[in-house]
Ligand binder design. Structure first.
Ligand SMILES: *Cc1c(COP(=O)(O)O)cnc(C)c1O
Length: 392
């Protein structure tokens, strides 16, 4: 009689959660609220907004907006009118600023959904002026470019506009704002230069509220706070300032399933390009996560150009320790070296933490040559998303 090779007992971990999801995000709403309160305290006398663009940095617009509103936020920033339309019913009494401003064809959305366009150019100003003459008064904000060369009127144009005798009385911005280019580098001379230019611009708009600081700008201190601050990344647990400990609570835990555990021999290759050449006999966890989920290919342990500049790839966290990624991240699958964990501890079906409370997001993004903003806003639609109130 031949011995059956068909396994009689389930080889999957008995402790792993049963469920259909191959990857999941656990989002801690208590940490989100704590982070907003922390940034509000750091903002001193200024009011604190919440930046909710890009689906609240990937965390989920509705739960994030509700949480900030409950914590006390009433000012919100989104990138596009469509994001503003989605946000309006969630924060009916909130002020919603649309950072990309108004262009021909989008006017109706601002009026119907009570959105405040952030006017960023002479062309947008003309569109706005035409819109209010046709539809009646509507609030707007004015963006001034103080050195980033992104969006905004030049300081000179903002001053000319303030003193323009032809300026209609109905044009009265509720906010003047500018954006810092180098806030993540506290000692960069650009910060002071932008502050000075911003002060020169707002002097012509007496009585109008001003806003300069994003998350990093809030950490630059009181002078940068004015009447309203605009934190984004810090609220979501990301690092705002380079090369300093991140004081924020982690908000997102990203995990994925181990589909299979393999034994492989010294000298064998792992993943595409056989880029991960094994230096020892190894145990390898094959995990259901890949670049299609926003687990970036640049996080690879080997076989990507970045590895010549940054020595190691990302690590996951499993059973109390960091386990390194080996070989290339592929579309749906990634390999982790679990040789150093006790042999029977790693089972198919278990979840491995990709980043979260045990594996700081900034450690992972650094390994991929990128920033926390990118990891968060790249989180794909294949994750299950669970919202909890946790103390981790
Ligand atoms: C995205 C953005 C913010 C938030 O920036 P963080 O660095 O995420 O805090 C603030 N202001 C403007 C104009 C932005 O585009």
């Amino acid at each position: 009689m031949t011995k059956s090779t068909f396994p009689s007992a389930s080889p999957f971990s008995s402790t792993a959660p049963v469920g259909e999801e191959h990857a999941r995000l656990t989002i801690d709403l208590r940490a989100l609220a704590d982070n907003w309160r922390f940034m509000a305290k750091k903002s001193g006398g200024a009011r604190t907004a919440a930046v909710l663009k890009a689906n609240a940095y990937g965390v989920g617009l509705e739960p994030a907006a509700r949480t900030f509103h409950q914590a006390g936020a009433r000012d919100f920033f989104v990138a596009s009118p469509a994001e503003g339309v989605a946000l309006r019913p969630i924060v009916p009494d909130g002020r919603i600023f649309v950072l990309s401003g108004m262009w021909p064809g989008s006017e109706r959305l601002f009026f119907e959904h009570d959105l405040v366009p952030v006017i960023a150019s002479q062309e947008q100003l003309a569109v706005f002026m035409a819109a209010i003459s046709e539809r009646g008064d509507h609030p707007c904000a004015l963006q001034v470019d103080t050195g980033m060369n992104r969006l905004g009127l030049t300081v000179a144009d903002a001053l000319a506009l303030a003193h323009d005798p032809a300026r209609p009385a109905s044009f009265c911005p509720v906010l003047i704002l500018s954006h810092l280019a180098c806030g993540d580098e506290p000692l960069h001379p650009m910060n002071r230069m932008q502050l000075d230019r911003f002060r020169a611009a707002i002097r012509a708009y007496e009585g109008v509220e001003a806003s300069l600081a994003n998350s990093a700008g809030i950490f630059l201190g009181d002078e940068f706070h004015f009447q309203l601050t605009r934190p984004g990344i810090s609220l979501y647990g990301g690092a705002a300032v380079n090369d300093e400990p991140n004081p924020m609570r982690p908000v997102v835990k990203a995990e994925a399933r181990i589909l299979q555990v393999r034994e492989a021999k010294i000298g064998e290759g792992v993943s595409y390009g056989a880029a991960g050449m094994l230096a020892r006999d190894s145990r390898i966890a094959v995990v259901a996560i890949g670049y299609a989920d926003g687990y970036l290919r640049s996080l690879s342990g080997a076989g990507v150009p970045l590895r010549r500049a940054v020595a190691t790839g990302a690590s996951g966290f499993l059973h109390g320790r960091a386990v390194p990624l080996i070989g290339r991240v592929t579309m749906d699958l990634t390999h982790f070296d679990v040789t150093d964990l006790p042999e029977r501890s790693v089972r198919a079906g278990d979840f491995i933490e990709l980043f979260g409370p045990n594996m700081p997001i900034e450690t992972v993004s650094k390994a991929g040559g990128t920033i926390d903003y990118v990891l968060l806003t790249s989180l794909g639609p294949r994750y299950r998303r669970d919202y909890i109130d946790a103390d981790w």
